[in-house]
Design a protein around this ligand. Structure first.
Ligand code: PGA
Length: 248
């Protein structure tokens, strides 16, 4: 695992977008998994900008949505569906056949999980998984304590996730569960990237980098990834102690 630090959120997002663009240029049929959320928003903007400017062909890419709030309709502007469609799927003109998203209104979420796992398997596995990190260290909805042996699954949300998740919605939302890719997907992805910006993420980034691998800090699983990167702005990196700078 390697850590890279950028001056600010803008530079972090620009560089992260460049990684995705280069991936698609090198392997046009790449399978790319993205998180939604505030962190990857500007990365999405730069991906679309670069793809348009340099005519990068996304027509063979497979896009996988990392997770979704259970019970929230895709039309809700706070849903992950809505984020993916607005920020990536529509501006990159991805077709329905190219896109795999969890249907979190389904009566049978287990079937949804199986379908997602089979889709990922049938397109040859994930080339790049790009995730943000929650204040409790979650990646996707893999909350603290989640088994590292899981592929797609449904998870009860932490109180902190329910509380911070309200920021995506226009009104108070009774969030309870999430449907998410699992650690197995993260570990098996050919490249795994965690991005974080801002002082509010500094404490959990310090723990992720310094406290070893623990299911209590889900993002720490990246420490064992053979091709894992933590991309940070200076604020998110500000509490990493000098002893761990060798990971830079
Ligand atoms: P954020 O969410 O990008 O909105 O900070 C990160 C997360 O909870 O995974």
């Amino acid at each position: 695992m390697q850590i890279k630090i950028f001056k600010d959120y803008n530079k972090l997002s620009f560089a992260t977008a460049e990684i995705i663009i280069n991936q698609v240029k090198e392997k046009p049929d790449s399978v790319i998994c993205f998180a939604s959320g505030d962190t990857p928003k500007l990365t999405c903007h730069y991906i679309v900008e670069k793809a348009t400017k340099h005519r990068v062909d996304f027509s063979k890419v497979t896009f996988v949505g990392l997770d979704e709030w259970v019970g929230i309709p895709p039309s809700d502007s706070g849903s992950c569906h809505f984020f993916f469609r607005k920020n990536l799927i529509e501006p990159l003109h991805l077709t329905e056949a190219q896109v795999h998203l969890f249907k979190a209104l389904s009566n049978d979420l287990k079937v949804e999980c199986i379908k997602m796992d089979e889709s990922i398997l049938s397109c040859g596995g994930i080339d790049i998984i790009l995730v943000g990190i929650g204040l409790n260290g979650h990646i996707g909805f893999n909350e603290p304590g989640t088994s590292p042996e899981l592929y797609s699954h449904v998870k009860d949300l932490d109180a902190l996730t329910i509380q911070t998740g309200q920021k995506y919605f226009n009104h108070t939302m009774p969030l309870q569960k999430g449907i998410t890719l699992g650690f197995k997907h993260f570990n098996e992805a050919k490249k795994a990237i965690i991005i974080a910006n801002g002082l509010k993420k500094a404490e959990i980034i310090k723990k992720t980098v310094e406290e070893g691998i623990s299911i209590e800090i889900p993002a720490s699983i990246i420490n064992q990834h053979r091709n894992g990167y933590i991309l940070l702005d200076e604020e998110a990196a500000s509490l990493i102690s000098p002893d761990f700078k060798h990971k830079l």
